[in-house]
Design a protein around this ligand. Structure first.
Ligand SMILES: Nc1ncnc2c1ncn2[C@@H]1O[C@H](COP(=O)(O)OS(=O)(=O)O)[C@@H](OP(=O)(O)O)[C@H]1O
Ligand SMILES: [Mg+2]
Ligand SMILES: [Mg+2]
Ligand SMILES: [Mg+2]
Length: 338
């Protein structure tokens, strides 16, 4: 996988992944600006929008062109969009995709979306994609991410994550066009590019914070995705006094990776819920390459070789590193899941 020009492993994959999530971010922003946002409900009653479908189509298109043999494990499929009742939504997806990629026809669009139906597992190599992670955040106009990762024999090797509403620096908060693009390759560190323009990257590094009175932790906005009452109990036990920072999507991994927060807790609200690989792969490599540590609640590494879900793990604990073992110990002492 060595690139003969730069000598860096997975260089072509890194560049392609960045282009793919940038295209998708362009579409997501256009949807957010251009339409009265409405969600469709999926079979599990979770929301999906024209931007989720359009983003998945564009990323799968770029991957198909660059790596036609690589399977993709992605969140969405075209089933609902093909229903006559959703013809209007399909037309909208096609319109937004065409704004980024001219000359697309409906059949290609649906085929690209369905390239995401691979099963994953321990096989050689595949990509995993969340076309919009934090759809509820996207609908609220808050944080969301386009999260893409390459997994080879169960190991995450490359990650690219666009966070269109996350400023590259806190002083840009609320300023339009200041989104972030996080990129990591295993063994090469994590970097942050401005999502817009072609400015150079800056290195991403976790905090060294280990004073519990100063520690900040983050968690989901949605209490159905992570148990807020339990995280408050654990935080209290650890001596954390700052209230939790609640933000949507894998942007949580990114804010820990760049030292803005020190802990990300995801505590199961249902005993039988299994995390999806696309909700974690990209963020987990970015944090690990920034010097952080990611495990499940029991201290086990996340196992990305089990298929579409992290079937051998429960919950997620992600930290800057120095805090990790104490957080796991506090969870072991207090957390009694539903
Ligand atoms: N019960 C339950 N437990 C844990 N996680 C769940 C659950 N249900 C859904 N999901 C997944 O949560 C993803 C959204 O991530 P976050 O919770 O971090 O963001 S948010 O606060 O909900 O916006 C969300 O990803 P997207 O669908 O891509 O938005 C879901 O895959
Ligand atoms: Mg979803
Ligand atoms: Mg998701
Ligand atoms: Mg999603």
């Amino acid at each position: 996988m060595l690139n003969t020009t730069s000598g860096l492993a997975f260089e072509h994959e890194r560049v392609v992944a960045m282009q793919a999530v940038r295209d998708a971010a362009t579409l997501c922003r256009a949807v957010q600006r251009g339409v009265n946002l409405q969600a469709m409900d999926k079979k599990d009653r979770s929301p999906v929008t024209v931007a989720d479908f359009g983003s998945q189509a564009l990323v799968c298109r770029v991957l198909e062109e660059a790596f036609p043999a690589d399977p993709v494990v992605a969140e969405e499929d075209s089933g609902e969009l093909r229903q006559p009742a959703h013809a209007e939504s399909l037309a909208k997806v096609l319109r937004f995709v065409t704004e980024v990629q001219a000359g697309v026809d409906q059949e290609s669009l649906l085929r690209w979306i369905d390239r995401g139906g691979a099963l994953g597992g321990a096989r050689d190599r595949f990509w995993t994609l969340d076309p919009i992670d934090g759809t509820k955040g996207f609908l609220r106009g808050e944080q969301y991410a386009i999260a893409l990762a390459l997994i080879v024999e169960g190991r995450i090797e490359v990650a690219a994550m666009a966070c269109p509403n996350l400023p590259t620096a806190p002083e840009n908060d609320g300023v339009a066009g200041t989104g972030s693009l996080f990129v990591a390759v295993r063994g090469q560190g994590a970097e942050l590019y401005p999502l817009d323009g072609d400015l150079p990257a800056t290195p991403v590094r976790v905090s060294a914070r280990d004073d519990w009175g100063l520690v900040r932790f983050c968690e989901s906005v949605e209490s159905g995705h992570s148990a807020h009452d339990w995280s408050a109990t654990v935080a209290h036990r650890l001596g954390i006094t700052a209230p939790p920072v609640r933000l949507d999507s894998q942007a949580k991994y990114a804010v820990v990776a760049r030292g803005e927060a020190d802990i990300y807790l995801r505590l199961p609200t249902k005993a039988d819920y299994r995390e999806k690989i696309w909700d974690h792969a990209s963020g987990a490599l970015i944090l690990a390459e920034a010097g952080g540590v990611v495990t499940d609640l029991d201290g086990r590494p996340l196992d990305f070789a089990r298929g579409r879900e992290l079937s051998e793990n429960r919950g997620v604990v992600a930290t800057n590193g120095p805090l990790h073992d104490r957080v796991l110990a506090a969870l072991a002492e207090t957390f009694r899941p539903a």
